[in-house]
Design a protein around this ligand. Structure first.
Ligand code: PLP
Length: 454
């Protein structure tokens, strides 16, 4: 028996899982022969769709040469090509790319790298990583102390160091009649107060998702936010780390989500998921040249894994990013994201349960509410997002849903199809989504008790 994740496991044992058999483009097929549209790109990661012939060919080619050689002893061509491509596409003068096997490993490597820089610079009192709530940065024990989701971390609490948290600039639910500007003012003030309270000499970095992933439902911070957090970090010698595991690699319409705010350049950026299109496990840490030089002078980065800079993963990623560039998929994400948004806005007028539509490019989320005026969510036991996702699945559409921190911040569904999706497939996706929303509305209308607070 395979141990299942979270709600799919019951006290009696695992529920039977559908079995996936095949994928092509935006579709995947299960073992009954049923075709489903992959509206959340797997884990918001299959950026160029399934079974892309150019990526498969690049992987086959690399596999026929060599699949493995330890990165502490060998460089390899795909690893060098990919590092050069990432340096050019990220366009912020990052001096090195460090390759690992996924998002959590990338963030873990990023905080250890930041710490090694501080030690090399004679600032060994700096070790705290401030992050935001809500947020998700990964599953390792160190990252549980940084991830802003108390529910997710609760069982492991004695095992990790809980790092300081500040509010994420949530602009949909604003307390006490705040304006958007008030939200920014409060959040940046909190950041500076937290640094001062903790002691600036102890604070190593501020880690954020510049465009939120599943934890916030594609939160896009107001424009002035990034400039101001950069200024605060600079004032106190704190590094800024962008976790672009989900939002990076072109999904938002620019290569880095941070490129939407060009006057705020982070010191470190992490990528995973879409960077290899999920064709092979890969995570990336991009770091500023001056930091890389300091770590080199101090004897090199004391970190690594058996599969760091794996040649097949690097070859897959290099071709995925080539396809993103050569097929204009970032421009496509911007154009098709605007199309989806306008169609969702129209749907919002026809239903009562869509509270907010947010995101950038093909990185979008729809927040579900019981009451659009008060923004009241549905009672927790209904798991409205999950229920809508299940109905959409019956209509042939796969979507990710999330209730971060047990729903304290609301709940949402992610609409993040592969960047290769065609217009006709978008129509199909939106038809299934509308059918899911309408069926859910009918269910709750027939059972008014479902609207009562649990
Ligand atoms: N950071 C963000 C923003 C994520 O969305 C995720 C995964 O969803 C991670 C980190 C962790 O990545 P992984 O699941 O590859 O370890």
């Amino acid at each position: 028996m395979t141990l299942r994740y979270q709600h799919f496991i019951t006290p009696e044992g695992s529920m039977e899982f559908p079995k996936v058999v095949r994928g092509e483009g935006v579709y995947i097929w299960d073992s009954t022969g049923r075709r489903l549209l992959d509206g959340s790109s797997g884990a918001i990661s299959v950026n160029v769709g399934h079974a892309h012939p150019r990526v498969l060919e690049a992987m086959r080619d690399q596999m026929s040469r060599i699949v493995y050689a330890h990165s502490m002893r060998w460089d390899n061509d795909p690893n060098e090509r990919l590092a050069a491509r990432l340096e050019r596409m990220s366009d912020w003068g990052y001096g090195a790319a460090f390759f690992v096997s996924g998002g959590s490993e990338a963030n873990e490597a990023a905080i250890k790298f930041a710490r090694q820089v501080a030690v090399a610079r004679g600032q060994s009192s700096r070790y705290k990583i401030i992050s935001r709530i809500p947020s998700y940065h990964g599953a390792t024990t160190a990252l549980l102390g940084i991830t802003g989701d108390p529910d997710y971390a609760a069982a492991y609490k004695p095992m990790f160091v809980d790092m300081p948290k500040v509010d994420a600039p949530l602009t949909y639910r604003r307390p006490n009649g705040e304006s958007e500007q008030d939200v920014v003012d409060r959040c940046v003030r909190q950041l500076e107060e937290t640094i001062l309270r903790e002691g600036p000499e102890t604070v190593l970095a501020f880690m954020i998702e510049p465009v939120g992933g599943v934890s916030t439902g594609a939160l896009v911070s107001p424009d002035s936010y990034s400039t101001r957090i950069r200024q605060i970090c600079d004032r106190h010698g704190v590094m800024l780390i962008y976790d672009e595991i989900m939002s990076g690699a072109g999904r938002t319409g620019k290569f880095l989500a941070g490129h939407h705010w060009p006057d705020c350049r982070p010191d470190i950026v992490t990528l995973a998921k879409g960077v290899s299109g999920s064709y092979a496990p890969l995570g990336v840490v991009l770091a500023s040249t001056d930091m890389v030089q300091d770590v080199r002078r101090a004897g090199g980065f004391k970190h690594g894994h058996t599969y760091s800079a794996n040649p097949v993963s690097c070859a897959a990623s290099d071709m995925v990013l080539r396809v993103v560039e050569e097929d204009g998929l970032m421009e496509r994400a911007t154009r098709l994201g605007a199309l989806i948004r306008s169609r969702l806005e129209a749907l919002k007028q026809k239903t009562g349960v869509i509270g907010d539509i947010r995101g950038l490019g093909l990185h979008m989320a729809v927040e579900i509410v019981a009451d659009r005026v008060t923004k009241e969510p549905f009672p927790g036991h209904i798991k409205a997002g999950e229920r809508i996702g299940m109905i959409c699945r019956e209509h042939g559409l796969l979507l990710f849903s999330r209730r971060t921190a047990g729903g304290s911040f609301g709940e949402w569904l992610m609409l993040c199809p592969p960047l290769t999706i065609k217009e006709a497939e978008i129509e199909e996706m939106l038809e299934s989504f509308e059918a899911g929303i309408r069926a859910f509305e009918n269910e709750v209308a027939q059972e008014p008790v479902l609207r009562a607070t649990a």
